[in-house]
Design a protein around this ligand. Structure first.
Ligand code: ADP
Length: 643
């Protein structure tokens, strides 16, 4: 394509059309943020130029003073936001303004409800950036040129934000981008110097570049000279993180977050630190978002912190600063300890990076701990959004395993509430004197966990059990074997040590109980043998249960075997899992099991055994190999009842 290509009309990618439509409608009540978004983009574009300029100073084209200009024209009803940043080539304009590259976009858009308030909230998570221009404008013109290209490589893009846009090459002398908003009918409030200045001060004061507007004419001076318009900076133009904490307001912290994270919502909490002297000189400003981004679980999603070296922006989304389980943290690191010409590759195994990362992770964990301690409600909100990500911590970050474990929250039988608000420390504080382990049950849903038959003996003895029902739980408990010297023990695994579970209140009964167990063992000896024969290689073993008080039977995994829940998850994920057989436990106090003992008819004994076994699979959340056979057996018994 030659530089002076013909004007083309191109259609927006379907997702862009949809997004534009939602943006215009759902952001209507907060229109003024368009300016913040466009200034934020202009600032990013200048950061990029500064970075590329480190290795190619020709890009500056003898115009080294980076700035953003905001102006308006009452007669044409336009607002123009100009920058002399990196600019865009024709191809970049098509890619950046005509398509959305983020993966998962379609799924995200499908989730929007059509309810404007709710969608505004969700759209914020997505980050609408440039498209917010269409909230106040019914036509947007972008004139841009990539730094370093000749002036005939300017590009003009124009759209009314409906289905299509036009693009053509134009002359553009200065590098960078002008965004011209042709205001919608009724948006004239923005054609006002004071209004625009107020918005800039409010949202963009901390942007490190000067944001310029025309000086207001001095009413005293009526001579010709005063008619030539001069520019002046409206904002403070110092990077916020370089200021002392005492000079920064909460509002400023919040606005900086919105700029850094491209998020519409204020953050939940932040931590601002300056470490000077020594060999690890850095400033960090780390934020916990209030909302999980829509693609938090997307593996390809980029995350990470913004890196500045000696105040110069180097790169975005530096993943090496944060482990995966803290991938939701946003913020910036500004350091003197790395060279200006650092590249992504070098970051990979740079010893300073390793030190910085350890220091930053410590900051984040401290921030979380402090929030959990001082602001438990805020922490609950955090947990709701990011708890499942944090649970990856014990596996990923061995060194900080205990610190992370301290931050975890669970549902438990203490409240039987679905809310996850019990910490391991809370649990330990409530442990019985004889109790040595932290007990948990895993299940596919909260209600399945809560009503698991494995809990019966624990409930009876008033011993708390953590109710784990998130997908990640099975995996995470495999990596957190102990906490503060206490083993984490699945109630569905191995042989339970009854001495530990039956509490001192029942101590007097203990002897009696032992005797009763001995007797039951003898009484049911032949039942156990018969059941073993009937179930054959479907089970690893059959034995009497110490777990159950009401239910007739349950399945248990052997101590060293993989939990049943985990087996199921791995299979669902398409992984090959060697068949691990469960142990089938029968409750001698249950009437159905007693009936087995007195059953004279071999056929009925067999049928009842199969029913009990299948039921144990079902309560476990498992699937029957032959559900029809189960139904037939049950119906046969029901008919007998009826007759
Ligand atoms: P985001 O900024 O979140 O990536 P936007 O929709 O705001 O999304 O912008 C899309 C892309 O368009 C940006 O990533 C950037 O590459 C480009 N862009 C937007 N504004 C400018 C600008 N003023 N100068 C250069 N590039 C820009």
């Amino acid at each position: 394509m030659t530089a002076h290509a013909q004007q083309e009309t191109l259609s927006f990618q379907a997702e862009v059309k949809q997004l534009l439509n939602i943006v215009v409608h759902s952001l209507y009540s907060n229109k003024e943020i368009f300016l913040r978004e466009l200034i934020s983009n202009a600032s990013d574009a200048s950061d990029k130029l500064r970075f590329e300029g480190l290795t190619d100073s020709a890009l500056y084209e003898s115009d080294p003073d980076l700035k953003i200009k905001v102006s308006f024209n009452e007669k044409d009803r336009t607002i123009t936001i100009s920058d002399n940043g990196i600019g865009m080539s024709r191809e970049e304009v098509v890619d950046n303004l005509g398509t959305i590259a983020k993966s998962g976009t379609r799924e995200f858009l499908a989730r929007l409800s059509g309810d404007q308030k709710k969608d505004a909230h969700l759209i914020g998570q997505f980050g609408v950036g440039f498209y917010s221009a269409f909230v106040v404008a019914d036509k947007v013109t972008v004139i841009t040129r990539r730094a370093g290209l000749t002036s005939d490589h300017g590009v003009k893009w124009e759209s009314n934000g409906e289905g299509a846009y036009t693009i053509e090459n134009v002359e553009k002398k200065s590098r960078g981008t002008d965004i011209i908003l042709h205001l919608r009918e009724g948006e004239d409030e923005f054609l006002n110097d004071w209004r625009l200045r107020t918005i800039i001060k409010k949202y963009s004061d901390h942007i490190s570049l000067p944001i310029m507007m025309h000086k207001l004419p001095d009413p005293e001076k009526k001579d010709e000279a005063s008619k030539t318009l001069e520019w002046e900076a409206v904002n403070d133009a110092t990077a916020l993180w370089t200021l002392p904490k005492s000079q920064i307001t909460d509002e400023q912290y919040k606005e900086t977050y919105k700029h850094i994270a491209h998020d519409f919502e204020a953050p939940l909490a932040w931590s601002h630190n300056k470490v000077e002297g020594g060999n690890l000189d850095y400033i960090s400003l780390l934020y916990i978002p209030a909302q999980a981004p829509f693609d938090l679980w997307n593996r390809e999603r980029q995350h990470g912190l913004k890196l500045y070296v000696q105040r110069v922006f180097i790169m975005d989304q530096v993943e090496q600063f944060m482990p995966n389980y803290l991938r939701f943290i946003r913020g910036i690191v500004d350091t003197n300890a790395l060279p200006l010409n650092i590249s992504r590759e070098i970051l990979q195994d740079n010893p300073t990076m390793t030190k910085l990362r350890a220091a930053l992770v410590k900051r984040v964990l401290e921030l979380l701990e402090k929030t959990a301690k001082d602001e438990p409600e805020k922490y609950s909100k955090f947990w709701e959004q990011f708890g499942n990500v944090l649970k990856e911590g014990p596996a990923e970050d061995f060194a900080n395993r205990t610190k992370v474990a301290k931050l975890l929250r669970f549902a438990s039988t203490h409240t039987d509430s679905v809310l996850q608000n019990v910490s391991l420390d809370d649990y330990i504080a409530r442990m019985k004197p004889e109790q040595k382990k932290i007990y948990y049950v895993t299940a596919e849903s909260f209600s399945a966990a809560k009503s698991s038959p494995h809990l019966e003996i624990f409930r009876k003895n008033n011993i708390e059990v953590l109710l784990l029902s998130d997908r990640i739980d099975e995996w995470f408990v495999n990596h957190l074997n102990e906490y503060e010297g206490k083993t984490l023990q699945s109630v569905a695994k191995g042989d339970l040590n009854l001495d530990e579970i039956t509490t001192s209140e029942n101590a007097a009964n203990k002897e009696e109980q032992k005797k009763a167990e001995e007797k039951a063992k003898q009484d049911f000896d032949s039942v156990i043998k018969q059941v073993k024969t009937i179930l054959g290689d479907q089970v690893k073993d059959v034995r009497l249960s110490h777990r159950l008080t009401n239910s007739p039977a349950c399945l248990v995994a052997d101590d060293n075997d993989m939990g049943l829940q985990l087996q199921r998850l791995l299979k669902a994920a398409g992984q090959e899992v060697a068949e691990i057989k469960p142990i089938f436990e029968l409750n001698p106090d249950n009437q159905l099991v007693r009936n087995l003992r007195s059953e004279a008819d071999d056929e009925r004994f067999k049928e009842l055994t199969h029913i009990l076994f299948d039921q144990a699979i079902l309560t476990e959340g498992g699937q029957l190999k032959d559900p029809a056979a189960y139904v037939q057996r049950i119906n046969k018994f029901l008919l007998e009842l009826g007759g």
